[in-house]
Design a binder for this molecule. Structure first.
Ligand SMILES: Cc1ncc(C[n+]2csc(CCOP(=O)(O)OP(=O)(O)O)c2C)c(N)n1
Length: 684
């Protein structure tokens, strides 16, 4: 296959006039777009225009007319605030983005939002802006590429050899998440990464000297990266050589530190933070254009020679993809089974019979939902090869490693268990990258309380509609001895607040199995399974609804036969057993009770109103929620006349059952609260 990569001998130490025109075209489009919007970040694209130009026109194998071509190299703009760099490149190289789109930069419902969004703009691989996240996403993409190559490559190493290019900034490299991702990328020796670091010495509050003086190259050396320095971002020859070297280094990820100048060319604002986050001003834009020898009018002017040069990417990309498709057709003819799996994975299809071996539990089984869920996961993992992921050094507790799946390591890229180390945030940003790459249902696991360490990446998974599965165990004060630092109190509420995240907290072993089924079949967003450490009973369902009802988010578990319920007990997870027990006690006292199992607010909220009103009839206003968490999120279901047995303080260290009793998670206490509710006149 053709490699469109300039060799060192072709490298020039100075740029040609045409190259200069191309680089300046990016700068001018950026200045004009930000000026028209009167909002945005002109400085970084102006400083790194040369890098963007070279990557898109010389190095990256991409097809502007098919941004989803599997064999493409991926480009990640981790410094998402510099979005005009990416939009300029996408427009100039012939993606489905017009000059009109550029002129509507940052306008409502435009295809050029403030920060790049994967679902909005063709050619944007990942949503970036929260600094450091893109860096981690790229590491995930590189992991995904390595694993796909190991699983599918036969005799043509080029077919699955795409690379991950990225641009990151000071802010990216200051954020902790990039350190976590860089550390694991170095450990793994991900030689398919080439990142260029925009070393412009400027952030929002001024010079980097005020807060960022470490030697970044040495830091990355220590991580095990291949590092280089280019002293001048305008030296295209040096950049070409460095990128060539980065590509040639296949045993380590590559970081090229590029000394650049924010707001390059602006007579008054170059090298100052004034160029970072606001329009340069009409006068300054004119002066800068004059400095480039550019006509000041019309706005958004790009010379034909430059546009033609950029648009060579269209024909080149078509040829690259056609060559790849030809090679792939040869591969497919020789490897029909592999190609069937490959195609299904890319489409996100599950193999026939994927759920055939799911376990079934009986009331004899008393086990933690982390255990029952693990059994379900193992049964699925044997059939679904796209399931790939790992734990943040807590597999001994979360039980998520795939049995006989092997470890993903240098030399065994086909392993399906990724040892993330104690890097929860890095793990979740990497999971996003794996999902974005395509061909995977990635999963990650840790203790539920540490979702606090993962939240920015979880939020982005939800925003990007990625099919990522999180398995978080040790879900309440019921974890016991580890005490309040490890006992989640507000995390259920916090995670339920993330739009488009589906959280499922199963109430027994059979619900745990159904939770996995829901996680596998859900599309358009991440799913989080929230599981117990402590054993809980498997509920007797001979006179109760089947656990498959979990798919509706909430369902009538059982109720006093033949009578209209006076009160609804509703619970999730380990507290469902308390509702079931309390119902029996209350029935003995003559009350008619309904138990509602509510493992997922989101799945329930997605049901139609008629179903929701069947489960929680508006006329039944005495409702008691039971969950070892803060009540905030439950008010929607409790209503004004409801009450909750929940947590309003942090927990305590002690044996599980004692801690639960201490905080009122007993049948007696639930009954007491129910009696109090029953004796109250609703509406008062
Ligand atoms: C996690 C996160 N924190 C803060 C910000 C706000 N922010 C945007 S850019 C930036 C820093 C700019 O410095 P640098 O990364 O060097 O970019 P440059 O000024 O060179 O464009 C900050 C703090 C952000 N986008 N993400």
């Amino acid at each position: 296959m053709e490699r469109v990569v300039a060799s060192a001998t072709q490298a020039k130490s100075t740029h040609t006039d045409l190259e200069q025109l191309c680089v300046n075209s990016i700068r001018v489009l950026t200045m004009d777009a930000v000026q028209k919007a009167n909002s945005g970040h002109p400085g970084m694209p102006m400083g790194m225009a040369s890098v963007g130009y070279l990557l898109f026109t010389r190095f990256m194998r991409h097809n502007p007319r098919n941004p989803k071509w599997f064999g493409r190299d991926r480009f990640v703009l981790s410094a998402g605030h510099g979005s005009m760099l990416l939009y300029s490149l996408l427009y100039l190289t012939g993606y489905d983005l017009t000059l009109d789109d550029i002129q509507h930069f940052r306008q409502l419902n435009s295809r050029t939002p403030g920060h790049p969004e994967n679902l909005v703009t063709p050619g944007v691989e990942t949503t970036t802006g929260p600094l450091g996240q893109g860096f981690g996403n790229g590491v995930g993409m590189a992991i995904a590429a390595k694993h796909m190559a190991a699983r599918f490559e036969r005799d043509d190493p080029e077919l699955f050899a795409h690379r991950i290019f990225g641009i990151c900034s000071d802010g990216d490299l200051m954020e902790g998440v990039s350190s976590e991702a860089a550390s694991i990328a170095g450990h793994l020796g991900l030689g398919n990464i080439v990142y260029l670091y925009d070393d412009n010495h400027v952030t929002i509050d001024g010079h980097t000297e005020i807060a960022f003086t470490e030697d970044v190259s040495h830091r990355f050396d220590a991580y095990g990266w291949h590092t280089q320095v280019v002293e001048d971002a305008n030296d295209l020859g040096a950049l070409v050589r460095a990128i060539d070297n980065g590509i040639a280094e296949t045993g380590r990820p590559s970081l090229i530190r590029v000394r650049s100048h924010i707001g390059y060319g602006s007579p008054h604002f170059q090298d100052t933070s004034r160029a970072h986050g606001q329009a340069l001003g009409v006068e300054e834009v004119k002066l800068t254009k004059q400095h480039f020898g550019w006509p000041t009018e019309p706005l958004f002017y790009v010379p034909d020679e430059a546009l033609n040069e950029f648009r060579q990417c269209v024909d080149r990309g078509a040829k690259l993809e056609a060559d790849w498709n030809r090679a792939f057709a040869g591969y497919a003819a020789k490897n029909p089974a592999a190609v069937a799996e490959f195609n299904a994975r890319l489409k996100g299809e599950l193999p026939a019979g994927w759920d055939a071996e799911l376990p079934k539990f009986t009331p004899k089984d008393a086990l933690a939902t982390r255990q029952s869920a693990s059994q379900a996961e193992q049964a699925i993992a044997q059939k679904v090869m796209s399931l790939f992921g790992g734990a943040a050094d807590l597999n001994e507790s979360t039980f998520t490693d795939i049995k006989d799946g092997g470890s993903f390591e240098p030399g065994s890229w086909g392993g399906r268990n990724l040892h993330f180390g104690i890097r929860e945030h890095g793990m979740c940003s990497i999971l996003n990258g794996i999902a974005l790459h395509g061909g995977f249902i990635p999963f990650g696991s840790s203790f539920f309380v540490f979702t606090d360490y993962c939240r920015p990446s979880i939020r982005l998974a939800a925003l990007m509609e990625l099919h990522v599965i999180y398995i978080f165990t040790h879900d309440s004060i019921g974890l016991g001895e580890d005490g309040p630092t490890h006992q989640p109190i507000e995390q259920l509420t916090a995670m339920r607040a993330v739009p488009n995240l589906t959280l499922i907290r199963p109430g027994d072993a059979n619900e745990a199995v159904e939770a996995w089924r829901a996680a596998m079949t859900h599309r358009g967003g991440p799913v989080m399974l929230v599981l117990t450490r402590q054993h809980i009973p498997t509920l007797d369902r001979t006179a109760a609804a089947p656990a498959t009802e979990l798919s509706r988010g909430a369902y009538i578990f059982n109720e006093t036969p033949g009578r209209t319920p006076e009160l609804i007990l509703m619970a999730s997870g380990s507290e469902l057993q308390l509702a079931v027990g309390a119902k029996q006690e209350l029935e003995k006292r003559g009350h008619a009770i309904r138990v509602v199992s509510m493992p997922s607010f989101e799945l329930f909220a997605a049901q139609d109103e008629a179903y929701r009103d069947t489960v929680l009839p508006p006329a039944i206003r005495r409702r008691l929620a039971i969950e070892a968490s803060v009540p905030l999120g439950w008010y929607r279901w409790m209503g004004l006349d409801g009450d909750m047995v929940g947590m309003t303080t942090y927990g305590a260290s002690g044996p599980s059952q004692e801690v639960l009793r201490y905080f009122g998670f007993t049948i007696d206490n639930v009954v007491e609260h129910a009696i109090a509710l029953l004796s109250r006149q609703p509406g008062r």
